[in-house]
Design a protein around this ligand. Sequence first.
Ligand code: CA
Length: 239
Amino acid sequence: MSAVGTVLVVEDDRDIRDVVRRYLERAGHAVLSTGSGIEALRLLDDAAVDLVVLDLGLPDLDGFEVLREARRGGGRLPVVVLTARAEVDDRIRGLSSGADDYVTKPFSPTELVLRVGAVLARTVGPVAGDGALLFGEGRLRIDEARHEATLDGRTLDLTATEWGILATLASVPGRPFSRYELVNRVRGYEFAGYERSIDSHVKNLRHKLGPDPTSVVDTVVGVGYRLALRRDVTTGSPR
Ligand code: CA
């Protein structure tokens, strides 16, 4: 059993972080990533995260601090811990601090992705049918695994960035996402200077949405953007 969701990757080794991001995205997850524990705490506060992949050895903050934050207020945000092989004590501490699983470095990205999917299936439930989600009483259909969006029966021809924006907004319908969050999801945190150009990508996305685009992607003044459609109760089935 496997499931998809929004995964926050906290890992200061850029190569590992990029590989993990790529594999998770290929498996259909939306991915946020950072190399900083402090940044991770900010993202946990601001963003709708379903699971954290957490390296315990971070330069600015003890990974256990991040783990505690994920557990704050009785929350059950799943955490998969990454540990170096030598750090057996960390592994034991990690599991006793409530990590859902751990992966020892060096690790196979495929195995990590399988474990992430398995933990998500236990916590958010498996994806039904073809895995597509429906919004606005079937108006919008989002297929995360295939990177496909359909509006009013019409397949949208989106760039990778436009798709990323739409999929991110759809991850929590109705909740406003800041430009900063959108950039982080779509491009990775390294692109901090990219925030302003989100507006032009949203403009292009809206152009493709047809005659009444703000009924789908709404502007929240002073914050950012949100999906204006509600998520339908049932998941999509193949047509
Ligand atoms: Ca590290």
